[in-house]
Ligand binder design. Sequence first.
Ligand code: T46
Length: 146
Amino acid sequence: MTNKIRVKNSGLISLQIFKDYPDGNLAIAETNKSIPFAIKRVYYINNLDNPKAIRGKHAHKKTEQIIFCLNGHFTLDLDDGKTKQTLTLRNNYSGVLLGKMLWHNMRNFSKDCIILVISNNIYKENDYIRDYRTFIKSIKKSESHI
Ligand code: T46
């Protein structure tokens, strides 16, 4: 994965790791240490057997999340309304911040892919923008208020 994220409201987040080779590695996601917000929700996505699946296809109005690939790999498309960037996430100890108003798609999953997401908010469907034209309109509207 690149260490240069060009889209707004994103960035790489590295977990603290204890490497006990060959007895395993221990990675820690702790609020106000590696994780820059108070964690309210954790969910994971597995059984990604459909090679044509595209997940995400939305932005969040306020919720901030960090997405990790715990196993396998997948492609993450990011779009802040101006800049677009595509990353490949592989099983490692760095995640990508999905800040507010950042359109994201996940696709091209390996069959063994496991995605972990840490969120600063409980699930609220009204925090999602699931229509791309509405997302672009909201970005333009917020820019006109600056
Ligand atoms: C995101 C990406 C990275 C709930 O009821 N509670 C939850 O906490 C979540 C995450 C989902 N759901 C329901 C809503 C849908 O009926 O589960 C169903 C599947 O969710 P969705 O289609 O939004 O899944 P993804 O993979 O497209 O998106 C998910 C998160 O929803 C989203 O916030 O940023 O992962």
